[in-house]
Design a binder for this molecule. Structure first.
Ligand SMILES: NC(=O)c1ccc[n+]([C@@H]2O[C@H](COP(=O)([O-])OP(=O)(O)OC[C@H]3O[C@@H](n4cnc5c(N)ncnc54)[C@H](O)[C@@H]3O)[C@@H](O)[C@H]2O)c1
Length: 369
């Protein structure tokens, strides 16, 4: 049984406080970034490092966790040299597959912040499967090729797959999310934001990267489930699903395959992440970042808009790289999900009164709600 999107009474989107699709052609205000305490996992390189550079310029406090200590420390030294002395900018070793490492990172972030709390979390750490599938003797970790893990594969079955990609990209993100759901509500008022980094591989299969595809689909599942519940604790959950971007993540063979093909630009990923981070009004949305496309408005009134590849430009055309994902929105859900969310909604209303009393008691007795 499916809830009808035409019937307002069935509007799950309203019920879960999801904001309307994002119009990425509109400007956004970055002044809200100043003073935010933002924790980034995997922040020593690529997207995370680019976010940190951009957000530090806008006055954010940054706590960066990564396994690449040399890159993380160099980044922090660079950011400190160009930031205000009031800004907290820290690096701490953190392997996201280790619960104790992540807990220690969150504790450092909360204790170093002036409000003793965290405003935003970016679950950015990620790896891909490596190994050359064309070389039988390679110590490949590509999931689909068990024979590559064991040179004696004709006579014995393979050992268990390492599943390292799942450990970093999914278990690591689940740990980050679990801690974010605990720490973000410690912030009394203000914005509370969790930004999940999925991929185009979270929307479609990336053949030859099965484990990576599974992990990024998993992150999208996490996003879709959480946006139905995290609002009850005042947390905005959003996601990014970028196309290929030239960062150290991509193995050389993948870059060779992409040679000549359009890639997405790092600056557009930063733009999309900054929009989601800065605009408190965006809740429960995912943005795709791809190569810049020409946007052709056939009727001139937005009623028939096409995306066209290529560099050529005509008067009145604009180019855009960031798009709302839409897919799997809550526009149509089956009746169990609708009823379940209705219960959550009632709880939120009740929490309005209960929460007020709890917060007052918390203020009196020094305990945060
Ligand atoms: N580059 C792309 O084309 C692309 C596209 C879509 C999504 N993504 C995703 O964006 C995220 C960032 O990737 P990137 O392109 O910036 O790559 P990157 O390799 O530059 O950055 C990833 C960071 O994660 C860190 N990391 C790896 N394992 C870790 C662990 N166990 N604990 C903590 N940190 C760890 C790395 O040291 C590195 O600093 C990843 O989740 C990736 O899957 C990347």
């Amino acid at each position: 049984m499916v809830a009808s999107p035409s019937d307002d009474a069935w509007s799950v989107v309203d019920m879960i406080d999801q904001s309307p699709p994002v119009d990425c052609s509109k400007p956004y205000d970055t002044s809200t970034l100043a003073g935010k305490t933002i924790l980034i996992t995997g922040g020593a390189s690529g997207f995370g490092a680019a976010f940190a550079r951009h957000w530090a310029r806008h006055g954010a406090h940054l706590i960066i966790g990564d396994v690449n200590d040399r890159a993380g420390e160099a980044l922090v030294a660079e950011l400190r040299s160009s930031s205000s002395p009031d800004q907290v900018i820290l690096y701490q070793h953190c392997d996201v597959t280790s619960w104790s490492d992540q807990l220690a990172l969150f504790k450092t972030a909360a204790s170093s912040s002036k409000t003793k709390s965290i405003d935003a979390v970016v679950a950015g750490a990620g790896i891909v499967e490596r190994g050359d599938p064309t070389t039988p003797s390679a110590t490949s970790t590509v999931f689909d090729l068990p024979h590559a893990l064991d040179s004696d594969s004709t006579t014995s079955p393979p050992p268990p797959p390492p599943l390292r990609v799942l450990a970093v990209n999914l278990t690591g993100v689940m740990y980050t999310t679990h801690l974010a759901l605990y720490y973000l509500p410690l912030r009394a008022g203000g914005d509370r934001h969790l930004l999940l980094i999925s991929s185009v591989a979270g929307l479609m299969p990336l053949v030859g990267q099965t484990e990576y595809t599974v992990s990024k689909h998993g992150v999208m599942g996490l996003f879709r489930a959480l946006r139905g519940s995290a609002w009850t604790r005042g947390i905005r959950v959003n996601a990014l699903t970028p196309y290929f971007v030239d960062t150290p993540l991509l193995p050389k063979p993948a870059l060779a395959l992409l040679a000549g093909a359009a890639k997405a630009d790092l600056e557009d990923v930063v733009d999309a992440a900054t929009r989601l981070m800065a605009d408190w009004g965006i809740r429960g949305r995912a943005l795709a970042v791809g190569p810049k496309m020409r946007v052709v408005d056939d009727e001139g009134d937005g009623s028939r808009v096409r995306m066209v590849e290529g560099e050529g430009r005509h008067d009145g055309e604009r180019r855009q790289a960031v798009w709302e994902v839409y897919g799997h929105d809550y526009e149509r859900v089956e009746v169990f999900v609708w009823r379940y969310l209705a219960v959550l909604n009632v709880m939120r209303r009740v929490r309005g009164w209960v929460g007020l009393v709890t917060d007052m008691l918390g203020l009196c007795f020094g305990k945060r709600a």
